[in-house]
Write a protein that binds this ligand. Structure first.
Ligand SMILES: Nc1ncnc2c1ncn2[C@@H]1O[C@H](COP(=O)(O)OP(=O)(O)O)[C@@H](O)[C@H]1O
Ligand SMILES: O=P(O)(O)O[C@H]1O[C@H](CO)[C@@H](O[C@H]2O[C@H](CO)[C@@H](O)[C@H](O)[C@H]2O)[C@H](O)[C@H]1O
Length: 439
């Protein structure tokens, strides 16, 4: 399928005139939801690699603060049905005269990409691999998910979903590593990878993962909002979610080496450091810093809870899917802004529990007037479900839970300030509450 694979050596593509590829990308990248460097104008980027994946589709890695993966469709003439995916028309450089699109929006390119995954092999520095035990049929119709995402996902015939990582870091991506390891443990709560692709240049890194698609699934966020709007109880679902998370934590603890019990003082110092960095970026946090710090300091004296282990790392209601009366857990990438080594390190499982508890609060705050009792009931049910399976009750050590919830709320403040400033009041309300209680 792949005819040629051209690796363009590291090459400084300064923005300059907006009609070069680099110039077009400097305009286009900051408009993408998954682009992290929105805080300042993008004036320069480096083209790290460019590989022809198939005729009319280039695989590109660019350095623009971080390394980003792009699939660029090139056409001789504008294509009206791809107008929404237009990057622009290059007037200089190797692509001069071509109209360039985000190829993931183009069904033709998306079909070719699936073909590549169905046939393991290489294309320049790219390597396509697959689980030989799973048969992926050809000709499945692609559709690009339009949900708010940190990456881009293509669904093929409602049978498989391909996540194309946008921000690429060296090393194996946990979203390939963890589901693979959990499948080997027989954990049925996480869809197992069936094919994936990586690059060897300019670093060894995972680029995308194909998994079975869970048909007719609704994510926990949509289900929680629906329950809230209808005045329905969500405690039974929350209880089952707690059980499911405990199962996933147990499987993670068997699949990966465990760490020691968290050293409270060290964890508190790391949390305080994240708070300092967040307060530097978000002035609204600054008055609360002393109160929030005292929530962390309590870690020095409270029970450390369960030993550190691999965790999900960015758990919230949007990461869990329900279908056939069961919960499934997705997206093991961790917090996208953190370095990969940190995301792969053993952490306290309380981190995940805190993430989900914060998510009940986020959901409750979508209703007017907001519904703290609803969130409280969900928290209790989730913790009870977790305790029943894991043998450890997250409510046993309130200071531990509060410190992790505070750390998570600080992350959320930074996340919202960068990506969705309109949402900032949601984690800020929690910050105000946690700072007072912590103080
Ligand atoms: N195996 C799956 N089956 C069905 N839907 C899925 C599956 N995996 C992910 N999704 C959905 O795809 C969307 C994006 O997935 P996610 O892993 O959260 O991406 P990102 O890391 O880019 O935010 C979410 O709406 C999620 O619910
Ligand atoms: O893109 P990801 O799913 O990997 O996660 C990032 O985006 C999430 C929002 O889409 C963000 O989650 C926050 O908002 C949710 C509601 O939209 C809420 O349920 C979560 O509790 C809250 O943290 C997540 O933090 C971020 O990493």
């Amino acid at each position: 399928m792949t005819k040629t694979a051209t690796l363009v050596p590291r090459h400084a593509g300064t923005a300059g005139p907006l009609t070069s590829l680099a110039g077009l990308l400097c305009e286009w990248l900051p408009r993408q939801r998954w682009f992290a460097g929105k805080d300042r104008p993008l004036t320069e980027l480096n083209l790290l690699s460019m590989t022809e994946l198939f005729p009319g589709c280039l695989h590109v890695l660019v350095e623009a603060g971080d390394c980003y993966q792009l699939l660029l469709g090139t056409r001789e003439r504008p294509v009206p049905h791809l107008a929404h995916a237009l990057i622009g028309r290059a007037q200089q450089g190797p692509l001069a005269g071509l109209t360039i699109y985000d190829a993931l929006h183009d069904p033709r390119s998306a079909r070719f990409l699936l073909e590549r995954l169905r046939h393991p092999g290489t294309a320049g520095p790219l390597r396509f691999e697959a689980d030989p035990a799973v048969r992926v049929p050809s000709g499945l119709a692609p559709r690009l998910l339009e949900t708010e995402q940190s990456n881009s996902s293509l669904v093929y015939g409602d049978a498989f979903i391909l996540k194309v990582f946008r921000r690429v870091q060296p090393g194996v991506n946990p979203d390939l590593e963890v589901p693979g390891a959990l499948a080997a443990q027989g954990c049925g709560r996480v869809p197992a990878p069936v094919a994936w692709f990586r690059t060897a240049y300019p670093m060894g890194a995972t680029l995308g993962v194909l998994q079975p698609y869970l048909p007719n699934a609704r994510d926990g966020w949509a289900l929680a909002l629906r329950a809230l709007a209808a005045g329905d109880d969500f405690t039974a679902a929350s209880h089952e979610l707690g059980e499911a998370m405990a199962e996933v934590h147990l499987a993670l603890a068997s699949a990966f080496p465990r760490g020691r019990h968290d050293d409270g003082a060290r964890t508190a110092a790391a949390m305080a450091e994240r708070l300092t960095a967040a307060a530097r970026a978000v002035p609204a946090l600054r008055p609360h810093v002393p109160g929030l710090r005292s929530a962390f300091d309590a870690l020095g004296t409270c029970d450390p809870g369960p030993a550190a282990q691999r965790v999900h790392g960015d758990l919230h209601l949007g990461q869990v899917l329900r279908t056939g009366g069961e919960w499934f857990v997705t997206d093991f990438e961790g917090e996208p802004s953190r370095p990969l080594a940190e995301r792969r390190a053993p952490r306290s499982p309380v981190r995940d529990i805190a993430g989900m508890l914060r998510s009940f609060d986020y959901a409750a705050r979508q209703r007017r007037p907001w519904s703290p009792k609803w969130a409280h009931r969900c928290r209790e049910a989730f913790c009870a479900g977790y305790a029943g399976r894991a043998g450890w009750d997250p409510r046993a050590e309130p200071a531990l839970l509060r410190a992790h919830e505070t750390d998570r709320a600080v992350y959320e403040v930074l996340y919202e300030a960068r990506h969705r400033p309109d949402w900032l009041p949601v984690p800020m309300a929690a910050i105000e509450r946690l700072a007072v209680r912590g103080g």
